[in-house]
Design a protein around this ligand. Structure first.
Ligand code: ADP
Length: 444
């Protein structure tokens, strides 16, 4: 600017002096005024152009001006370009930040000081039933209408989280959310939501499990201690003593089976899936299962000693010359559980068929009985721990309520599944399927 003023001053002076040299003062003054006017017009014209450019500056094409104005415009252009880059970088960082929050498995909702939604991620939309576009600047309490949440939102402090039903909750499927408000900025709040359905479910299952185990153990314990008291209090003859001791042994066996099954389950849950290196001899396994089934069936006859005979028709199909790749004790336990269930639940005189068959994608072990069958509504829950259709029959025959849970666990660990078909009054078929990768031909 100083340069321009000096330029204007000296040009005017030179023109005025030259005119004065050749003519006179008035002409010199007129000439100087003309020069100053010309300068002023040029100045206004350039300023107007720059002003126009500044209102919508083009930061990337070179400027057409020269001299001091060009220098000023170039500096402005450079500064604006720097600003533009900074703004782009800030925008990019914001986008990364938002993408990171979008990827969060937790719901994140930003609320302004009035409790209106400023932004929310997709998880929050799912949890709370929000629409990220439509519901912007809507008050959160108008959209999340759960009374638990409304009460929580109205509280002055939000130090603890609160549990409420998720938006997708229904009678068939309950979705539990844990939500908490965190204050930030100038009165804004961060609403975090977490899906705790599986945690709540696991918690309920753990409680049920402990209650079931306690109940299962308490029953035989109560019976046992009752017998002990009787033996202590009443003088009994030898025969009666023997009868009581036998009944006590039955209860002790029951507790032992329960503890053994619980240990098996916990081992199954706590160990890695079986590898493919152990080859279990299938004919050998089937002989073992068949002997156990015959023994159990004869015990159920109720007769004593040498008179014991199986009370069922036990039909074992030919054992294929295969090796099963897996853990012998687990496989034996799964197969035995299915066969012993068939024996225990099928009335005397019934038939039990046990067979292996090859399928396109592996092999299947089937146990079919002519027992009472199971109503369809029980089938989906049958392999739950301690689930029983016929409680008294299960207990009478020494059932723990864990047999099918163990069988299902074992077969799943071996890459297969437990299938159940049953019809009330006709009988049941329980199957264990194994993938082809677990079957090999036996080598001598
Ligand atoms: P349990 O020790 O009571 O037999 P399981 O887990 O082995 O426990 O079986 C669960 C329930 O399924 C049993 O209590 C019984 O009601 C039913 N069940 C199992 N196998 C049969 C079967 N072959 N026939 C009829 N009911 C069966």
């Amino acid at each position: 600017m100083l340069v321009t003023l000096l330029e204007l001053f000296f040009s005017t002076l030179v023109v005025a002096l030259s005119v004065w040299w050749w003519t006179d003062w008035p002409q010199a003054a007129a000439a100087a005024s003309l020069v100053a006017l010309a300068y002023a017009v040029r100045l206004i014209w350039k300023t107007t152009r720059i002003e126009r450019w500044l209102s919508q500056p083009d930061l990337h094409t070179p400027l057409p001006w020269s001299g001091v104005w060009s220098e000023i415009a170039h500096r402005i252009q450079r500064l604006l370009r720097q600003r533009e880059k900074q703004a782009e970088a800030a925008e990019q960082r914001l986008q990364y930040f938002l993408q990171a929050i979008q990827a969060s498995p937790n719901g994140v909702t930003l609320l302004d000081a009035q409790g209106r939604i400023e932004w929310c991620n997709a998880t929050a939309c799912n949890h709370l039933g929000l629409d990220a576009n439509r519901d912007l600047m809507q008050h959160i309490v108008h959209l999340v209408r759960d009374p638990v949440f409304a009460k929580y939102f109205a509280m002055a402090e939000h130090e603890a989280e609160v549990v409420m039903d998720g938006r997708a909750s229904s009678a068939a499927q309950s979705l539990k959310l844990s939500v908490q408000l965190h204050a930030y900025g100038e009165g804004q709040q961060l609403l975090l939501s977490r899906d705790i359905t599986s945690v709540t479910l696991a918690d309920a299952m753990r409680r049920d499990f402990v209650a079931n185990v306690s109940h299962e153990i308490r029953t035989p314990l109560t019976v046992l201690s009752g017998f002990v008291e009787t033996l202590q209090a009443i003088p009994l003859d030898t025969n009666e003593q023997q009868r009581y001791l036998h009944l006590m042994a039955v209860q002790a066996d029951r507790m032992q089976s329960l503890v053994a099954d619980l240990l098996t389950l916990s081992q199954l849950e706590g160990s890695l899936p079986p590898g493919l290196y152990e080859k279990v001899n299938l004919p050998d396994l089937m002989r073992h299962v068949a002997a156990d089934a015959a023994a159990l069936s004869s015990v159920l006859s109720g007769s004593d000693g040498d008179e014991r005979q199986p009370v069922h028709a036990l039909v074992f199909g030919p054992a294929p010359p295969w090796a099963l790749l897996g853990v012998r004790s687990e496989l034996l336990s799964a197969m035995s559980n299915l066969v012993s269930n068939a024996v225990r639940y099928t009335p005397a005189g019934g038939q039990i068929r046990v067979a292996w068959s090859r399928t396109p994608d592996g092999a299947t072990f089937s146990v079919t009985d002519t027992g009472p069958g199971i109503a369809a509504e029980h089938l989906p829950r049958l392999s739950e721990r301690f689930y029983r259709v016929d409680r008294s029959r299960s207990r009478e025959t020494g059932g723990t309520g864990l047999g099918l849970a163990i069988a299902k666990h074992v077969v799943q660990r071996h890459g297969g599944e437990l299938r159940i078909q049953s019809q009330v009054g006709k009988g049941s078929t329980f199957q264990l399927t194994f993938p082809a990768s677990r079957i090999e031909a036996l080598t001598a």
